[in-house]
Ligand binder design. Structure first.
Ligand code: PMP
Length: 399
């Protein structure tokens, strides 16, 4: 792909693996466990058309004009309320509104890293983050996870090892709740330890939490941010709880990052869409959002159960399946020697698709893993999808 006219960044960006399977998933009769999109039928968006019309009619001079570089003040206040629901205590002036949390991640990467620097991330990690890091020339080093999330002992070892090699990591990127792609959550007791390890090593943490409110049980786990708001940069998003098309997300930044983040954001987009920000604000201030989000989470819980309960007994000996307590994803590890890419061929014949796991690693591993998204299909469809996957596994295992 390299070309005389292109920069190093141009060759570092990666194509989305979800888009690769998208075409397959559009074939008639296909059940898709590939795309991790929210189901908009579960969001209450009926109020939105009227609210948009009213905003344009009554406050057109505000919502159709350039806005503040940090974000609409009413929205920043509303975000404080949303974050409080997840035990994140942060003032409105810590909030930088961005066009999706993806943009926040991109800006933060620009502000924290020089090309060739190293970042730590769970192995596997969010493929869109790998794209950002790749474009910025940042080298990703994975830290092992288990069923309780990122392993503190592995984190400590990795930091020591990289520091000895003269490549001390500049930050840790982590998704502690209902991790994409595994669905795993970081155990409560590990959280203060992870923050302490990073604090000692002088490694800031980027805590990415787009799925946190979509939890299947009431249990509230403290965010990493609560243990050190000057070390942890917290990312949130309206994409999974209202609609990703609004493109509204945010970073709640430590004091040292606020000004650089604002300037970087202004250089990037001047301001996020003011109309979208106004709708996101209304979503919170009109009331009832907690019930709305809880209702969607309850439906995602049914979907997770439908997929996983049906699939679990159909897995071959030696395979593993995660059982998420929130979010959109389960993660399968196939037996030694199996390949998810080869399995996908059989799966397509059975009319079901998923995303092979290798795309979620920067180091070329993950070939016997796969991500299953249960967010977009109804429970009965998911049960059928699991049975189809079971047949694909059986055929694959018998050759
Ligand atoms: N982080 C994670 C872990 C995600 O899964 C996503 C969306 N798939 C994002 C960030 C980006 O979300 P958005 O830009 O829509 O807020």
């Amino acid at each position: 792909m390299s070309h005389l006219f292109l920069s190093d960044a141009a060759v570092g960006y990666l194509p989305s693996p979800v888009r690769d399977v998208w075409e397959l998933s559009m074939q008639p009769g296909m059940i898709s466990l590939a795309g991790g999109n929210p189901d908009l039928r579960l969001s209450d968006t009926r109020w939105m058309a009227e609210a948009a019309a009213r905003a344009i009619t009554d406050h057109g001079d505000e919502v159709l004009q350039y806005g503040s570089g940090t974000g609409l003040s009413g929205l920043r206040e509303a975000i404080v309320e949303l974050m409080a629901a997840e035990a994140v205590t942060a003032p409105a002036d810590s909030v930088q509104v961005t066009a999706g949390s993806q943009m926040a991640l991109d800006l933060i990467t620009k502000l924290l890293f020089t090309r060739g620097d190293t970042i730590l991330a769970e192995g596997p990690t969010y493929v869109g983050a790998l794209g950002v890091f790749g474009g910025a020339g940042v080298r990703v080093e994975h830290v092992d996870m288990d069923d309780d999330g990122l392993r503190p002992d592995a984190l400590r070892e990795r930091i020591d090892e990289l520091t000895r090699q003269g490549r001390a990591p500049r930050a840790l990127y982590t998704i502690p709740n209902f991790h994409n792609p595994t669905g795993i959550s970081l155990a409560a007791e590990r959280r203060p330890e992870i923050v302490e390890i990073c604090r000692e090593a002088g490694v800031p943490i980027i805590e990415d939490n787009p799925y946190g409110l979509l939890r299947f049980e009431e249990r509230q786990v403290p965010p990493l941010h609560s243990f050190d708001p000057e070390l942890v940069i917290y990312l949130g998003s309206f994409s999974k709880i209202i609609a990703p098309g609004l493109r509204v997300g945010w970073a709640s930044a430590p004091t040292w990052l606020r000004r650089p983040l604002q300037l970087a954001s202004e250089a990037n987009v001047i301001c996020a869409s003011v109309l979208s920000q106004d709708l996101a604000r209304t979503f919170v201030t009109r009331g009832g959002w907690r019930e709305g989000v809880a209702g969607a989470a309850a439906e995602y819980a049914l979907r997770a159960r439908a997929l996983n309960d049906t699939l679990s007994p159909l897995l071959p000996a030696g395979a593993e399946l995660t059982r998420p307590a929130g979010g959109f994803f389960s993660w399968v590890t196939l037996p030694e020697g199996w390949s998810a890419v080869d399995l996908l061929e059989n799966a397509v014949d059975e009319h079901v698709v998923f995303v092979p796991g290798a795309s979620f690693y920067a180091d070329g591993t993950g070939s016997r893993r796969l991500r299953l998204a249960y967010s977009l299909e109804a429970p009965l469809q998911l049960e059928e999808g699991a049975r189809r996957l079971g047949r694909a596994l059986e055929r694959y295992g018998s050759v």
